[in-house]
Design a protein around this ligand. Structure first.
Ligand SMILES: *[C@@H]1O[C@H](CO)[C@@H](O)[C@H](O)[C@H]1NC(C)=O
Ligand SMILES: *[C@@H]1O[C@H](CO)[C@@H](O)[C@H](O)[C@H]1NC(C)=O
Length: 403
């Protein structure tokens, strides 16, 4: 059930010293050539800077004091035991990435700005992602008559915040190049909401498809700007298989069986997400050509998630992967007029569900996606560890499996 066990579950090594030595040698061979490229030898990424929407928001909207459902129980019940502003029952993908690299869970920019943190430790990373955020600015949606965009925290605004905060992270152009060069930038997932809002308004998929190039350009412009400031390693996630999302399945329910794939997901919506992801990857390839010294990593959220919709039992999810944990009835346990809230009793064991509230996923699902990125095949190029992560150093010190 805990994907990290794939890495941690080394009990068989304990009794087999030869195997042990092999592991150490392989680790050395694999990591030594890379250490020379690392700005700070011995510690992998020195910090993480994250941009995005509710898939990555660790409290920005919460500390901007906007009232949203995610800020009340039962949100946060599983891991934090209280709401934190994360739109899930526990940790998000970016939390698992931070843990994996031995870094603290990302502090929301808003909380630092409000002066609420004594020791903000901004040099270890900051999260600029905001629930509800779009890649494009609010003007784009206004022009199109899309009036249901609730937040004004586009990717542009998140970058402005990053620029504002930069003087407290590094003080000169050369120190910024060094600090940002050893940081991991997670740019997204972002863009999903640019499509969600018009889909909620039942705009045609043909029209929404015409937004894709602009959304992708907003993402690549942000990446270019970060590279100019000194970013070297950037993880850029694509969209999730939204055709498997409880909310969409409810909203776009169809009597035509042909609309659904074997997993029960809406084909045309998944096709749309695939189209966005293809366009994003084409644009990332162009960026790689323009900036050969950088490491631009595509994070395939789509396929990392699709595997557990296709075979939920293999990942510890019981029953239908399409019903959410915290909802109030209906075929997918999602009712848009009675969303997950204090008035709703969530399922007893969220780790058996993929969907948390019909829009966002459970900590268990996010953990599997993170595992698929960090240890599985769902990053391109693979997110290798440029230096020794604290976890690996621990292994090298030989105490890791003994514990
Ligand atoms: C959104 O934020 C920008 C930058 O802070 C501001 O210029 C703009 O007026 C805001 N738009 C709305 C609709 O609130
Ligand atoms: C959704 O919730 C509303 C308000 O609580 C209720 O009237 C309605 O019957 C519910 N719909 C379903 C399908 O459960």
């Amino acid at each position: 059930m805990q994907p990290w066990k794939l890495r941690d579950g080394g009990s068989s090594y304990r009794s087999d010293t030869r195997q042990w030595i092999k592991v150490i040698l392989i680790t050395l061979v694999v990591t030594i050539p890379r250490i020379t490229h690392c700005t700070v030898v011995g510690s992998c990424y020195t910090s993480i800077f994250s941009f995005g929407d509710s898939l990555a928001d660790t409290g920005n909207l919460y500390f901007a004091f906007q009232e949203v459902q995610c800020f009340f129980p039962p949100y946060g019940e599983t891991y934090f035991h209280h709401p934190t502003g994360r739109c899930s029952n526990g940790r998000l993908i970016v939390d698992f990435i931070a843990e994996y690299f031995g870094l603290p869970l990302l502090k929301p920019y808003m909380r630092i700005k409000n002066g609420e943190l004594e020791d903000a430790n901004v040099e270890k990373g900051v999260n600029f992602a905001v629930a509800g955020a779009t890649a494009l600015g609010i003007e784009f949606f206004d022009e199109k008559g899309i009036k249901n965009v609730p937040t004004n925290y586009s990717l542009r605004i998140q970058l402005d915040w990053f620029n504002e905060m930069l003087p407290s992270i590094c003080t000169s152009s050369s120190s910024c190049k060094s600090v940002l060069g050893s940081s991991l930038f997670v740019v997204g997932e972002i863009g999903g909401n640019d499509y969600n809002y018009p889909f909620i308004l039942k705009k045609s998929v043909e029209e929404i498809t015409t937004y894709v190039p602009q959304v992708v350009t907003a993402i690549t412009s942000a990446i270019k700007e970060l590279i100019e400031l000194g970013a070297v390693t950037l993880v850029v996630p694509g969209n999730l298989p939204i055709g498997c999302s409880t909310g969409y399945l409810t909203d776009y329910m169809s009597a035509d069986e042909e609309d659904y794939d074997e997993a029960g997901c809406l084909r045309w919506l998944n096709k749309f997400a695939e189209y966005h992801n293809e366009q994003l990857q084409i644009a990332l390839n162009q960026l790689r050509d323009l900036h050969p010294h950088t490491n631009i990593i595509y994070a395939d959220y789509y396929n990392a998630a699709l595997r557990f919709y296709r075979a939920p039992h293999q990942y510890g999810f019981r029953g239908s992967a399409l019903k959410c944990c915290c909802g109030s009835g209906g075929p997918y346990n999602f009712n848009v007029t009675a969303l997950c809230s204090e008035a709703v009793k969530p399922c007893d064991d969220p780790s058996q569900f993929v969907g948390w509230d019909g829009i966002h996923l459970t900590e268990a699902a996010y953990r599997w996606i993170a595992q698929g990125l960090l240890e599985g095949p769902y990053t391109t190029p693979h997110i290798t560890i440029p230096c020794l992560s604290p976890k690996e150093k621990y292994v090298m010190k030989s105490s890791y499996f003994v514990a």
